[in-house]
Design a binder for this molecule. Structure first.
Ligand SMILES: [Zn+2]
Length: 198
């Protein structure tokens, strides 16, 4: 996709002269949020693009939080890079904090039959919340930051986040599949407080 390559080139040129500006979330109407992202290639690993993308995603994640809850996951399309990569990085030190992981070219290879409706938010849609039907458990296969393949099973919140981030790589935002969508104001008046976002 031409628009994406342009962004990459612009960044490369800039980095030669000045420190890179922090990666920013792109607005909701940005094409990367509505496009099926491209697979990461061997060349992307070798060129340093993957390392840089992970660094940019980590710094973006650290600098955004939505109304008091810290973001724990972010996908490349959210910073305008239409590539199949997301990270989960929980900065809290709670006992129940999520594992940190990098998922490159992820694929959900198993979905539980059991589903449930869960509250959901998204860094890219700061004013919206929704109720989304998600599989309770999933198994994901992906590459890590070194290009090594791994598989992991996940349940509960982690399974929800993995499904949400995989949706981003397919150009799907949660309102596209939600059973109900609320604005922030409706949410506050409805007393719904359990949301996950990424
Ligand atoms: Zn999201």
């Amino acid at each position: 996709m031409v628009w994406k390559r342009r962004i990459c080139f612009a960044n490369a040129a800039l980095s030669a002269i000045v420190a890179l500006p922090m990666a920013k979330l792109v607005p909701e109407n940005h094409p990367a949020l509505h496009t099926i992202a491209e697979e990461i290639t061997q060349e992307d690993f070798e060129s340093g693009m993957v390392d840089k993308l992970i660094k940019d995603l980590k710094s973006a994640l650290k600098s955004y939080s939505v109304d008091g809850f810290t973001a724990v996951a972010i996908a490349a399309p959210q910073i305008g890079v239409s590539k199949r990569l997301f990270i989960i990085e929980d900065q809290s030190n709670d006992r129940d904090s999520l594992p940190c992981l990098v998922a490159i070219n992820p694929e959900i290879i198993k979905f539980s039959k059991k589903t449930h409706i869960v509250g959901e938010g998204c860094l890219s849609l700061p004013n919206l919340y929704g109720e989304v039907r998600r599989h309770k458990n999933v198994t994901m296969r992906a590459l890590d930051e070194h290009g090594n393949e791994y598989q992991r099973g996940a349940g509960g919140l982690l399974a929800q986040i993995i499904q949400h981030e995989n949706n981003h790589l397919d150009g799907i935002l949660f309102p596209d599949i939600a059973e109900r969508v609320y604005t922030k104001e409706e949410m506050e008046s409805d007393d719904l407080h359990t949301v996950a976002g990424g």
